[in-house]
Structures are given as C-alpha cells and as structure tokens.
Design a protein around this ligand. Structure first.
Ligand SMILES: Cc1cc2nc3c(=O)[nH]c(=O)nc-3n(C[C@H](O)[C@H](O)[C@H](O)COP(=O)(O)OP(=O)(O)OC[C@H]3O[C@@H](n4cnc5c(N)ncnc54)[C@H](O)[C@@H]3O)c2cc1C
Length: 545
C-alpha cells in the first residue's frame, strides 16, 4: 500500500523515543495530550494500528507479520497483554470451551494442564505467544485509544491515545467484546460502606473469609465464582434475576502421556482439536435452525439440577422457564452444591437498591452484607470503542449504531474506511471457541490489506447495498434461532431486542464468508496526491469515470 507520508514511521521499533508517539496535535487540528502544538511531521505514522492485545489483537499482530507487514503498533490501555485473561483473575476463572480448541490454530500448546484450563495458564499462553512470535517490539502499553478519527483528505486514521498520537493507514479494532464491565446504577450503591467490585476487577487484597458476601448475577463468571468462594465466606447471598441452565463440566487433568504425545506427535493434538471442533459444529443446527432438538440437552440439565439440589423449593428457584441455549449454557459440577450449602441463600429476584449495608431485592427482602461482587457482565451491544471512533463524515460509530450494531461480514462498516473489526457485530458464538471466529476475521483483514496493495488503492469501505444485504440475510436467519425463539432476554440482545452479538451459523460458514474480500462489495478510495486537499481522495469508480 502506497503512503505519501513523510513523517516518522513507528512500527517494530519498540518503546517510545524518536519513533514513539507524539504527545500533541498535528496540523489537522486533532488535540494532543500536552496541548502544546507539535508539527504533523512529529506524529509517527504506521501502516496499521491495532487496538487491544487480547487474543484478537495478538492474533492480528501475528498475521500481519506473517503477511510481511511489520510497520504496525498494538495499542493497549493496560500494562500487559492478555485482554480477558489478564483482567479476569477471579477465583475459579477458567475457559468453558476446551483449551485445545480455545487456542490459536497456529500456536498449539501441548502443555495445557486441564481440559478447561484456568486463567493463569491462558494468560501465560498469551504472554508466550507475544514473545515467541516476536510481537513485543510492536506493543505499546498504557496507550488507551481515546479517539480514532478518519481524515478523508489524508486518507488515514489519526489516533489520539493516553500515550500520544499516531496516524495509520488502517485500524484493526480488537478492543474486545467483553472488556468493559457493567455495574448497574443502583440507588444507594455509592453509600454502601463495604467493599464493592466487579468480577473482572477482582480485589485480591480484600479477604472474603468469614464475611457476608453478596454475588449479584448468575451468569458464566458468577457460576465460577460462587463455588470458589462459598466454602470460605461466612454467608453467601446470591441475587438471581433469571436462572441459567447448567450442564456437567467434563473437566480433568491432561495426563503426562497426552502432553508428551501432543508435543512429540503434533498430529495427535490436531486430531484432538479436530474432534472438539466437529462435536461443536454438529450442535450448531440445533441452536440455529431446529431449537426443538435441544430438548434432549435440556433433559440432561434437568437431571443435573435434580442431582445437585435436593430441596424442591430451591430447585424451583433455580429451574429456568425458557429453552436451554437461549442464554449461555453454563458448565459446572460445583455450582449447585455450593448454592445448596448451609451458608448460601438464593434470592430469586434482582437487586433493587441499597440502604447502607442493607441490600434490598426487587421482592422487598432485605439482606445485610459486608461485600458485593457484581457478576453483571459487560458493555456488549453498546461496544464502548464505538463512541471513540469517528468516520468519514465526522460521525461516531456509536451514533451510526444507535439503532443497533451492524457491519459487513462482522468486519467493516460503511463510512469508516480501512477500519477492520476482530469480533465485530454478530460474530459471537453460543457454543464454540471464539478463537475460530477471530482467526476467520484475521483472514479477512489480511486479505483486505493485501488486496488494497495489489489493486493500488489506499482505502476501502463497504457499499451501502452490501452491508444492508448482509445484515438483512443475517437477521432473517436469526429469526429461527433459539436465541430469538427460546423465551428469554439475554445479553446477546440490544435494547430493541435485536441480536447484534451472535453469528447465526456454523463457524465453517463464517470461515467461508470471510476467506476472501469480494471487491464487488466495496468502494475503493485512492490517494491521488501526497498533500492534503479536499479533492484528492476519490473512489476508484470516480477515478475511472
Ligand atoms: C470470564 C470470561 C471467560 C470467557 N471464556 C471464554 C471461553 O471459554 N471460550 C470463548 O470462546 N470465549 C470466552 N470468553 C470470551 C472472550 O472474551 C473471547 O474469547 C476473547 O478472549 C476475546 O478476545 P479479544 O482480544 O477480542 O478481547 P479482549 O480479550 O477483551 O481484549 C481486548 C483488549 O483491548 C484493550 N482495550 C479495550 N479498549 C481499549 C482502548 N480504547 N484502547 C486501548 N486498548 C483497549 C483491553 O484492555 C484488552 O486488553 C470469555 C470471556 C470472559 C470475560
């Protein structure tokens, strides 16, 4: 991809220094950190700026390098890599998709200790990926992207971060689907005298032993936290708005022999991964087209509840009234025994307000506690990065998406040239590994960048027609899914009830849909002159007219 920039380039240079970020504004008027005017030439330019260093951002970095693109930075607001697996350090945190599938296909790990490995091991894996694949020189920590703005005249992005500015030909947003915690705005919360934290911001300094602890929420994180803390707390009060369906968790240690085999004979690890993949792929039809088939699985869950909860009153509280699969299915062998323990109480009603240290449920019951753990999820359908990204006409992505998030193939959005999402709208999964979707989107992003270079264009954006058509078809398929018909309200749905989170198909179908960029779905933009002038950026169609 040609660039007319004569400014310093800040790719695999490491740290700041001469090729580090500029701390102030450039000629286009974007504001910097210090407020002091800094010439545009001092703002480092890269071919690609990646936002985030979780699985998505690190995967993007590996794929960029493999495609021969080394002129890029990874901007990360925290001080280390890992994303989800850095931030979620709560007791019991582990993946709920088997590790041999929940890892990069290009970085198999024969050393996974368990079938569902814990957070420390997954975090260590990502640290190792960053080192082994030579990503460290590209990482910029404590660089929170505050604003990314497309500059049409220059056909580039300008990123303002907490560590200064960069400009970039393209931006890869891997800011995470579940990265910004959501705590409900409850009356009286600010006056609560005890300890309060979100599951993804665990306070390891606070000792829960013997305390009266409330867990608010009964989703995937809460289901791992509850059994982990129940034995040590004095009293556990769980606020449950809607019960989850829970299936047994077939977790076990990976034997030395298996590890040895996977290390010495990588084909055995491939077979294992392939089997795990196929088993999940076979389930997709039931979730997406024939939810009736899920009845068999629901019976397993009913048996699990009957075995774990002898008390019929508690069992009634914990039995969902919607079809299994409508909300995320939880996997646990210890959740029900923890809730049935003598020191645990399930309040089958949401938390309504706080009066001092008294928590008042929607049913009016009152509960005195010393600490509150919010397992209340994340900002998902209101993707926070959207409010910080401004497109060709100066409008924010959040504004464009106020009627619901939409992209072409989950990756690109009209009006936001050269912006590529990793885990964009409708790329989430209900039953398999997100890494499969991430790798598909990385294929698409790399193909887009190499296609741009090969056709001599500077930027691309989807046509309105292609984006509309993609979403019409996708939402049409969504109508039959268990997430729509199952009779629940889940975090997959936005306030209008539209599912803008999940992919209504198999991961294989998504892989096919993102293998190659179809130029018929895009408008190409060419930079025709090196200097800024309103008429220099033209679409290819205009240029050839
Ligand atoms: C507790 C938990 C368990 C999970 N278990 C599974 C599982 O078993 N299987 C599965 O498939 N999925 C699971 N997920 C989903 C998981 O989020 C994805 O699988 C995957 O880790 C997402 O990777 P990511 O890189 O897209 O996002 P993240 O891992 O969230 O990384 C995003 C990164 O972007 C950074 N960032 C965000 N905004 C900015 C900004 N403005 N500027 C700079 N940096 C920014 C964040 O600090 C973070 O490091 C789980 C999620 C959670 C929370």
């Amino acid at each position: 991809m040609a660039s007319s920039s004569k400014r310093p380039r800040s790719g695999a240079s490491g740290g700041s220094g001469p090729s580090g970020p500029s701390g102030a504004s450039g000629a286009s008027g974007a504001s910097g950190l210090s407020g002091a005017p800094v010439p545009d030439e001092a703002v480092p330019h890269v071919r690609v700026a990646v936002i985030g260093s979780g699985f998505g951002g690190l995967g993007a970095a590996v794929r960029l390098r493999r495609a021969g693109i080394t002129d890029f930075v990874v901007l990360e607001r925290a001080d280390s890599v890992g994303g989800t697996w850095r931030d979620n350090s709560y007791p019991g945190c582990a993946c709920d998709v088997p590790s041999h599938l929940y890892s990069f296909s290009f970085a198999p790990n024969p050393e996974w200790p368990r079938s569902f490995s814990g957070q420390p091991d997954i975090r260590a894996y990502l640290e190792k990926v960053a080192t082994v694949f030579g990503l460290r020189p590209h990482l910029r920590f404590n660089a929170e992207v505050l604003e990314a703005r497309w500059e049409s005249e220059e056909t580039r992005w300008r990123l303002t971060t907490s560590a200064g500015q960069w400009t970039a030909d393209a931006v890869v947003s891997a800011a995470g689907p579940l990265a910004d915690p959501q705590i409900p705005d409850l009356p009286g919360l600010s006056g609560f005298p005890g300890k309060v934290f979100h599951s993804s911001r665990w306070d390891h300094e606070f000792d829960l032993a013997g305390k009266r602890v409330a867990v608010v929420g009964t989703g995937a994180s809460a289901a791992q936290i509850i059994p982990s803390i129940q034995p040590e707390v004095g009293k556990l009060t769980v606020f449950q708005r809607t019960p989850a369906w829970v299936l047994p968790r077939r977790d076990r240690e990976i034997s030395q022999l298996e590890k040895w085999l996977h290390g010495r004979l990588p084909v055995t690890a491939k077979i294992r991964r392939g089997t795990l993949f196929a088993l999940r792929e076979l389930q997709v039809d039931a979730f997406v087209r024939r939810p009736g088939l899920l009845r068999v699985i629901q019976q397993l869950a009913e048996r699990h509840i009957a075995q774990g909860i002898p008390d019929p009153a508690l069992r009634a509280k914990l039995t969902p009234d919607y079809r299994i699969g409508c909300k995320r299915i939880l996997l646990s062998n210890t959740y029900y025994p923890a809730l049935a323990a003598a020191n645990a109480e399930v309040v089958s009603s949401g938390l309504r307000e706080l009066r001092g240290s008294t928590l008042v449920a929607a049913d009016g019951s009152e509960h005195e506690v010393d600490a509150i753990v919010f397992g209340t999820g994340f900002h998902v359908t209101d993707m926070p990065i959207g409010a910080r990204v401004f497109g060709a006409d100066g409008t924010s992505l959040a504004e464009v998406w106020k009627g619901g998030m939409e992209a072409l193939r989950g990756s690109t959005v009209r009006g936001f040239p050269n912006l590529f999402f990793v885990i964009g709208p409708n790329t989430g999964l209900g039953n398999s590994s997100m890494i499969l979707m991430i790798e598909s989107q990385l294929n698409y992003m790399i193909d887009a960048l190499t296609t741009l270079a090969s056709v001599g264009a500077t930027a691309m954006q989807p046509t309105a027609r292609a984006q509309r058509q993609w979403n019409l078809e996708l939402q049409h398929r969504m109508d039959r899914t268990v997430w729509t018909t199952g009779g629940c309200r889940s975090w997959y749905l936005d306030p209008s009830g539209k599912n803008t989170v999940l992919w209504p198909g198999s991961t294989t179908a998504f892989r096919r849909a993102t293998r190659k960029v179809d130029l018929g779905e895009y408008e190409l933009i060419m930079r025709t002159a090196p200097t800024a002038a309103p008429t220099t950026a033209r679409t290819v169609q205009e240029a050839s007219a």
